[in-house]
Design a protein around this ligand. Structure first.
Ligand SMILES: *Cc1c(COP(=O)(O)O)cnc(C)c1O
Length: 370
């Protein structure tokens, strides 16, 4: 018997595991597993979504013209150097296929975002992971792996799932150390949440040359993960090639309308970021008080370190039993950690209290077992 066979490397890809949204037996679920933003979608985005319902027989504007203009205005960027995608995931995939492929290499950080590995392997590239130090992207280990054969380097800054930030001077040093033919992809999905004053989401490096792009998304601070809208800001030549290969109507009519409206909702980002800054700190303090190590985070999530995989698994099961879903990190090679999204004040309090109860019980059990 013979059957169609995929390219062999495709079968080495482990399918992306999204954050769960259900847990058996719970009648109310608190979902803190996908960093979706604490406040739901902006009201104006919801209104635009409803309003467009009568128009959905029309194809969308294939160039997302109004959206690119609105993004350009909001962030002070040239709309001609922006391309929108079906989430930034789509753009990651195109970049890998455009610049990577069989015989090439892609470098990412050891605990970098999984989509780089999936898309890079799909494109046929060899994906190399640069060891991190203190769960932070390490420039020298990336440079040690980079050769003329390295077509792409992906850095999420801040990184998901670790939350760590690479200082701007280090990012500049990375760019300077890479071959000019290597495209550096700065994924700033969590840019808005960063409180470090020296942070640049990538605009400076994009503008400084022809070989760096910045990725952004509406899935996090704008609370629109279900709409699938992301964008890339880059040199004209890069934007041009993405436009040649992307889905002609990649961003649907509702997604475009909702994203334009979200950008116009006054105070949305400010309120979301103020909430996140406050509750990221409060949640970290509460978890630390319960005896859990918390890694410093510049995103809308915390990486909680339980020291052992057994304890992390136990904590995850305990939370699920109470209707709280966080993200297991075993797939990222961090089986002793759970990633917890900063939710509403109530959600943060509930997850902290529940974990405090778990840690007290686990401590008592450890003591009893000697
Ligand atoms: C969430 C996330 C994205 C965004 O993905 P979308 O496809 O735009 O929803 C991109 N990069 C990182 C690091 C993320 O965490």
């Amino acid at each position: 018997m013979t059957a169609p066979a995929p390219r062999p490397e495709i079968l080495t890809i482990a399918a992306y595991v999204a954050g769960d949204s259900q847990t058996p037996g719970a009648n109310r679920v608190i979902k803190l597993s996908s960093n979706e933003g604490a406040f739901g979608p902006p009201v104006s985005a919801q209104a635009a979504f409803r309003q467009v319902a009568a128009e959905i027989h029309r194809y969308p504007d294939g160039d997302s013209t109004a959206l690119r203009k609105a993004i350009g205005q909001r962030f002070g960027l040239d709309p001609a150097r922006i391309v929108c995608g079906t989430g930034s995931d789509e753009l990651i995939q195109h970049l890998c296929h455009i610049y990577g492929g069989p015989g090439t290499e892609i470098v990412m950080s050891q605990y970098g975002f999984t989509m780089y590995e999936i898309s890079g392997t799909y494109a046929g590239s060899r994906v190399l992971k640069a060891p991190e130090v203190n769960l932070t992207t390490h420039v020298d280990s990336i440079l040690a792996l980079a050769t003329e054969n390295t077509r792409l380097v992906f850095v999420a800054n801040p990184n998901n799932p670790t939350g760590s930030l690479l200082p701007q001077a280090e990012m500049v040093r990375l760019r300077e150390g890479l071959p000019e033919t290597t495209l550096l992809v700065l994924d700033a999905a969590y840019a808005e949440y960063v409180t470090d004053p020296g942070y640049d989401p990538g605009v400076a490096l994009v503008d400084a040359g022809e070989n760096t792009v910045m990725l952004r998304t509406f899935s996090k601070v704008f609370g629109m993960g279900g709409m699938r809208v992301g964008w890339c800001y880059g040199p004209l030549a890069v934007i041009d090639v993405i436009n040649r290969v992307r889905g002609v109507f990649n961003v649907n009519i509702a997604a475009q309308a909702a994203a334009v409206a979200a950008l116009s909702e006054s105070g949305w980002v400010e309120r979301s970021v103020a909430h996140n800054t406050e509750w990221r700190a409060r949640l970290a303090t509460a978890l630390q008080a319960a005896g859990i190590t918390v890694w410093p985070s510049q995103g809308n999530f915390l990486l909680a370190d339980f020291a052992t995989p057994r304890k992390a698994k136990g904590a995850d099961a305990f939370l699920r039993g109470r209707g709280i879903i966080v993200r297991c990190m075993a797939g990222y090679g961090l089986p002793h950690c759970l990633r917890i999204t900063v939710g509403t004040a109530e959600e943060c309090t509930m997850v902290a209290d529940t974990l405090a109860t778990f840690m007290a019980a686990a401590g008592a059990a450890d003591a009893a077992n000697g």
